[in-house]
Design a protein around this ligand. Structure first.
Ligand code: AMP
Ligand code: FE
Ligand code: FE
Ligand code: ZN
Length: 285
């Protein structure tokens, strides 16, 4: 039997909030028999070059990728970009700005935690991050190691999550700007884990109408946080707006326990046809 090409289009390295170094993530993808992947670090393209080199060594096809955090209420809106040029100067400039704002936010989170009586320093969090982008999961890991909380989720529920006492928002692009930046860099924009937008089916459909007008190309119906029933709703939305249906595990290594590479919920397997569809869509522009 010819082996099926296994695809996973959503995963993170130490350059954002994953626990695997880029080369180790790629080696892990090889162990999991993935043949085509996209590494989608949050708000940064800094891991792409190393991933490309290691993928070449391992014989894995790498689709350039990113996951941009956009402004949104009530939930979160993450926009994946695929097939973009990781060296596109305007996109790089915008991402540099976002990184700078993040570096300004982080010490403020430390101050909030210390005000709550927790003994934590920024150096400890930087050490946890591996020296690249520092995000809330790194704060959570330090809290876990110190025994302040017992699980990563508890750190968000009690301290770091939206509305909690140590929460601080970061600079975000609008959805329109995110989609535009991805598209102008030659890529296609896809809404990640729509479940996290926290909308009813009706509201979600309306929101996708707006996003499609802004240039959206796809929807991540399959993600480790979504079940089959939810995926059916997202596929219905895809059909209505002629969006490409994608899938990814959202693997973060030890920073998101229980989620393995290639696993996108309920035994779903992402076929290679999604790659061909995206290529075709981009070539018609
Ligand atoms: P940041 O980019 O610093 O705002 O951190 C956002 C990241 O924190 C997300 O990409 C997730 O990996 C993680 N995260 C957010 N909310 C939660 C949660 N409730 N439980 C676990 N991880 C979370
Ligand atoms: Fe993340
Ligand atoms: Fe996300
Ligand atoms: Zn992600």
């Amino acid at each position: 039997m010819a082996s099926k090409k296994l695809v996973d289009l959503h995963m993170h390295t130490t350059h954002s909030d994953g626990s695997f170094l880029p080369r180790d993530l790629i080696r892990h993808a090889k162990e999991k028999n993935l043949t085509c992947i996209s590494v989608t670090d949050h708000d940064t393209l800094s891991s792409q070059a190393e991933c490309r080199d290691e993928c070449a060594k391992q014989g894995i096809e790498l689709i350039p990728g990113i996951e941009i955090s956009a402004q949104f209420e009530p939930g979160t809106l993450h926009i994946l970009g695929y097939f973009l040029n990781p060296e596109h100067p305007p996109l790089k400039a915008v991402l540099d700005d976002i990184q700078k704002a993040r570096r300004e936010r982080n010490p403020q989170i430390i101050r909030k935690l210390r005000t709550l009586g927790i003994d934590i320093t920024y150096d400890e969090v930087i050490a946890e991050s591996g020296g690249k982008q520092v995000g809330r999961p790194h704060f959570a890991k330090v809290l876990l190691k110190k025994g302040v909380i017992k699980t990563m989720n508890e750190a968000f529920d009690k301290y770091l999550g939206k509305g909690q006492p140590a929460y601080l928002d970061k600079r975000r692009l609008s959805s329109k700007e995110s989609v535009r930046q991805i598209t102008e860099a030659g890529g296609i924009a896809v809404i990640a884990h729509p479940k996290q937008m926290k909308l009813s089916e009706e509201e979600l459909t309306k929101e996708f109408g707006r996003l499609v007008d802004e240039g959206l190309g796809g929807i991540e119906a399959y993600n480790s946080c979504q079940d089959r029933q939810e995926a059916e709703i997202y596929k219905k939305i895809a059909q209505r707006f002629n969006l490409i249906v994608t899938g990814g595990s959202d693997f973060h290594g030890a920073n998101k326990p229980g989620v393995e590479l290639g696993w996108m919920g309920d035994g779903v397997e992402q076929g290679y046809d999604v790659i061909e569809k995206m290529r075709e869509r981009i070539s018609k522009r």
